[in-house]
Design a protein around this ligand. Structure first.
Ligand code: CDP
Length: 223
């Protein structure tokens, strides 16, 4: 039973499994703040690369994390991370970040630094008048919001996911990222217990969204 009117929807899954487009659709449908935590790891990675830091430079990484101020700007229905007041640009989708992000994301200090920031997005959503938030990533239903109101896990065949990413015109080593994300020690990518798993290989976006909307609508009806 849903006892609070503020809802948290957690969507986890590998690269190009359909998280972002379905999260955006749910954000529209239920008036939720859309939080793409991958963009946070990407923005942090871009900052580390800009400073010339390598993944084995733990003291440099920790010092950067300790000094950079993280805040959030709400743009439309989406949360954008600001580092020292500046929203990261398109470089976070470029190949340098594609290649490095899973290496930085596997570092416990980096994950720890983003933990409270990610949980704080609930306050951002409340403050901006949303009914809740939909957060997508790799460890949302397991670590960030294990008590999320709704939890989904998206998966798709690797060939289909590679095809989707290539059709976006990107060079992106998704198989390698998935391997790193699933085998790291801290918060590995896995279907959290109790999450509804949806295989999107043969589904279009509307079909994926319909499978998520149905249980949410059913649970919210009595409110
Ligand atoms: O673009 P794509 O959906 O493939 O990935 P993303 O959501 O932008 O995330 C980029 C990378 O950030 C992932 O491959 C993970 O290494 C890392 N990440 C993570 O470790 N934990 C999250 N909650 C979100 C992203």
């Amino acid at each position: 039973m849903i006892t609070s009117s503020f809802i948290i929807v957690a969507i986890d899954g590998g690269a190009a499994s359909g998280k972002s487009s379905s999260a955006r659709a749910l954000s529209e449908r239920f008036n939720l703040l859309h939080v793409d935590t991958g963009s946070f790891y990407r923005a942090i990675t871009a900052e580390m690369l800009r400073r010339g830091l390598r993944t084995d430079d733990l003291s440099g990484i920790s010092a950067t994390i300790a000094h950079v101020r993280l805040t959030t700007q709400v743009q439309g229905r989406s949360a954008r991370m600001e580092l020292d007041g500046r929203v990261a640009g398109e470089e976070i989708r470029g190949s340098a970040v594609n290649d490095a992000v899973s290496h930085f994301a596997a570092i416990p200090e980096v994950r720890q630094a983003l933990l409270a920031y990610q949980r704080g997005q609930a306050e951002v959503a409340r403050g901006a008048g949303f009914r809740g938030l939909v957060m997508e990533g790799r460890d949302i239903g397991s670590v960030i919001f294990p008590d999320a109101t709704f939890r989904f896990f998206l998966q798709a065949d690797p060939e289909e996911r590679a095809r989707r990413r290539a059709s976006e015109g990107q060079r992106d080593p998704i198989a390698e990222r998935d391997r790193l994300d699933s085998t790291r020690k801290t918060a590995p990518l896995a279907c959290p217990p109790g999450a509804l798993a949806i295989d999107t290989t043969h589904l279009n976006l509307a079909e994926v969204v319909a499978r998520m909307v149905a249980p949410i609508t059913r649970a919210l009806e009595p409110l």
